[in-house]
Design a protein around this ligand. Structure first.
Ligand SMILES: Cc1ncc(COP(=O)(O)O)c(C=O)c1O
Length: 445
């Protein structure tokens, strides 16, 4: 049996209707070459979504791979339960030097667990201070922070999470902002912020933290925040004694054109999470960083039980930390942020031709994050030839040598951060060709 048949027999894929999956011929990826995946039939697929938004340098960056191999030879893993390892210390030092205002690093192994750690840290912080009534989270509608129960509770997206509603914590949800300017004039913005202030003013004695993605909500459909939004929330959190937890798991490390997005947003979190691009996308590693003010509330006598009761087997993984350190060296050496900013301008120019297609209802872009929303008139386009639009676009992209996924009717272009201009152009041209084809089909029905 080949891998495709064995996959159908044994593997359960994420976010996948397996009945449809098992009735289709799927691609088996064998290797990585530059910004491409290569399958068992030696066909290449340009990675249009950076391998679920985490890939930085393409799929064969030798510096990171060699450093990981070297670390594997020395020590494959030693946990942080009662032990220290050198790469985790070096990385913690590096991150706290780089991330303004943060002084401690807590290690986990994926974005969801980084957020779960943040929620527990915030809850216990108030407990340790004797303010046990401060335990609710306030968050934005349609946020996405991962798939574990705490993460789903603070980031409810109905289309994904409705079967699990009975499991979720009760949280306070406020509307998320939108950059569609016609809906969001200055007056509307002020009213919107006033509404949030009102909630904080009334309920802050019960609220532990405000949790939100930093800079933009991606899974919600690429919703880029309007200017000053994040700063306003940060200021309100300070004013109403509420912690601010920022999720930079998908938006940090350059995705929006800034190494640390919250600095660019002039906001000041108490807790911030990174994952995905942290290791260049080569190892599952995540971090939850806190200020010293948070950390010092966890100090005390052993029996006072102020310590953080949280930890994972693979905490502070030396191979992951080595990958992250090498990744950071490359960011610095190759001035990646400058390259991203240059490519963001190129992407912006390339996107103008989508505006000429009338099914392109909205095009949202910041840095190397882009969402193109497809509608017929005011209605989201859901199906093409009886196939859900996301699957239609994914299949058409694969046919043309591109790996891409959509968020429903929103095409996402989220390329590896170090992508070359030529590949970026190829990616956008292919998606444009597909959207043109969809427009013809939509017109004819
Ligand atoms: C903003 C954000 N937070 C958290 C997560 C969860 O990360 P993971 O899939 O590694 O659990 C994601 C994943 O896409 C994300 O986009």
């Amino acid at each position: 049996m080949n891998s495709n048949n064995l996959d159908k027999k044994y593997v359960w894929h994420p976010y996948t209707q397996m009945k449809m999956w098992n009735n289709s011929e799927n691609i088996v990826i064998e290797s990585g070459k530059g910004f491409n995946f290569v399958d068992t039939k030696e066909r290449s697929y340009l990675d249009g979504i950076s391998n679920m938004w985490c890939n930085v340098w393409g799929h064969d960056r030798t510096e990171i791979i060699s450093a990981m191999k070297k670390q594997l030879d020395i020590l494959p893993h030693s946990t942080l339960f009662g032990l220290v390892n050198d790469p985790s210390v070096k990385l913690a030092k590096r991150l706290t030097n780089m991330v303004k205002g943060m002084s401690k690093v807590f290690y986990t192994d994926n974005g969801s667990t980084a957020i779960e750690a943040a929620l527990k840290i915030a809850t216990q912080y108030w407990n340790n201070k004797g303010k046990t009534q401060k335990k609710k989270f306030i968050c934005l509608k349609n946020g996405y922070h991962g798939d574990t129960i705490g993460c789903m509770s603070i980031g409810y997206i109905d289309g994904y999470f409705s079967p699990y509603k009975s499991l979720l914590l009760k949280t306070i949800k406020v509307d998320s902002p939108t950059i569609r300017h016609e809906k969001f004039g200055r007056q509307n913005f002020e009213q919107y912020i006033d509404k949030i202030e009102n909630i904080l003013n009334r309920l802050s004695s019960k609220i532990s933290a405000f949790v939100m993605e930093s800079g933009a909500q991606i899974a919600a459909g690429v919703n880029i925040y309007p200017k000053n939004f994040q700063k306003e929330i940060s200021d309100l959190c300070k004013k109403y004694d509420t912690l601010l937890i920022l999720d930079e798991i998908a938006t940090g490390f350059g995705r929006l054109g800034n190494m640390i997005e919250y600095k660019a947003q002039h906001s000041e979190p108490d807790i911030v999470c990174f994952a995905k691009a942290l290791t260049g996308g080569y190892f599952p590693l995540a971090v939850t960083l806190t200020t010293n003010d948070i950390f010092k509330e966890f100090l005390g006598d052993y029996w006072a039980k102020k310590q953080l009761f949280h930890g994972h087997t693979f905490t502070g993984h030396p191979v992951g930390c080595t990958a992250a350190l090498t990744n950071l060296d490359l960011y610095h050496k190759l001035n990646l942020i400058k390259k991203i900013r240059g490519n963001a301008l190129v992407l912006n120019r390339l996107l103008t031709k989508f505006a000429e297609l009338d099914i392109c209802y909205d095009i949202r872009q910041k840095g190397l994050l882009c969402g193109i929303e497809l509608r017929k008139g005011k209605n989201p386009i859901k199906m093409i030839e009886k196939v859900p639009i996301g699957q239609y676009i994914a299949a058409e992209s694969l046919k043309r040598g591109v790996y891409l996924r959509t968020l429903g009717n929103i095409i996402t272009i989220i390329p590896p951060l170090a992508i070359e201009q030529e590949d970026l152009r190829k990616l956008v041209d292919i998606e444009h060709e597909i959207v043109e084809k969809i427009q013809q089909k939509v017109r004819s029905c």
